[in-house]
Design a protein around this ligand. Structure first.
Ligand code: PGA
Length: 252
């Protein structure tokens, strides 16, 4: 039985009371199983969620972190701060941050390094735009994003990284990649990682798929050999839909 990882990405949604209501309703819906699951929540909800999640299996993480240790960086939230309130992982380099907030590969690389130094597990998000796919540049774009973010890491550090492949054209569009397209791309990513860092670390490294994941398409996606879980946006906002996705992962 494969040990999948399912992470919900709430984006800029839910107040503290809505988040608490969600988790109280979600927990009883989740069936026992090996696969792990969690929520990448807005900063404002982290403390309450982490307290509510104590003693349960649900992982709580953030959607972004500062690359800085702390200091004069107005508006930034450091890894030390999110750890302090109970978060254990963070998304890094989500396409919305890359495209809407101009996060560069250089900045993302620093955030990955910072999270590893401070013991917050990074989920590195990568993905190509529709234009890049249509112009035949998928492999080049993705390998470049991976290389830029990870090239400085040693094997031990890489071991703590999770990768989320999220084609930008599939995010929030209701147009998920087909299981075959997703598998083909995940295999290319895994082969690239193996070439750079060797088999030992890269076969155990999780590569999640993200982009319009629903209870309807999750099973076929997770049946693919190189898909190790999912990053779920829209469908993670509803506890019933998210529980179905986690439970499917736990059944397979
Ligand atoms: P979506 O979002 O599931 O709503 O497409 C995924 C994401 O952006 O992580």
């Amino acid at each position: 039985m494969k040990n999948f990882l399912i992470i919900g990405n709430w984006k800029s949604n839910k107040t503290v009371s809505e988040a608490l209501d969600f988790i109280k309703k979600l927990l009883p819906l989740i069936r026992p199983g090996h696969s792990r699951y969690g929520i990448a929540a807005p900063f404002t909800c982290l403390q309450s969620l982490a307290q509510e999640a104590k003693g349960t299996e649900i992982l709580i993480g953030s959607q972004n972190i500062s690359e800085q240790v702390g200091g004069a960086f107005t508006g930034e939230i450091s890894t030390r701060m999110i750890k302090d309130v109970g978060a254990t992982f963070s998304l890094i380099g989500h396409s919305e941050r890359r495209l809407l907030y101009s996060e560069s590969d250089e900045l993302i690389k620093k955030k990955i390094k910072r999270s590893l130094l401070d013991g917050v597990r990074p989920i590195l998000c990568i993905g190509e735009t529709l234009e890049q796919r249509e112009s035949g540049n998928v492999i080049k774009v993705l390998e470049n994003q991976l290389f830029q973010a990870l090239s400085d890491l040693n094997k031990d550090e890489l071991h703590a990284v999770t990768i989320a492949y999220e084609p930008v054209w599939a995010i929030g569009t209701g147009r998920a990649a087909t299981p075959e397209t997703a598998q083909e791309t995940h295999k290319i990513l895994r082969d690239f990682l193996v070439r750079k860092w060797g088999e030992e670390v890269c076969y155990s490294l999780k590569i999640l798929y993200g982009g319009s994941v629903t209870p309807e398409n999750i099973k076929d996606l997770l049946k693919q050999p190189d898909i190790d879980g999912a990053l779920v946006g829209g469908a993670s906002l509803d506890e019933g839909l998210f529980a179905k996705i986690v439970n499917f992962a736990r059944e397979l």
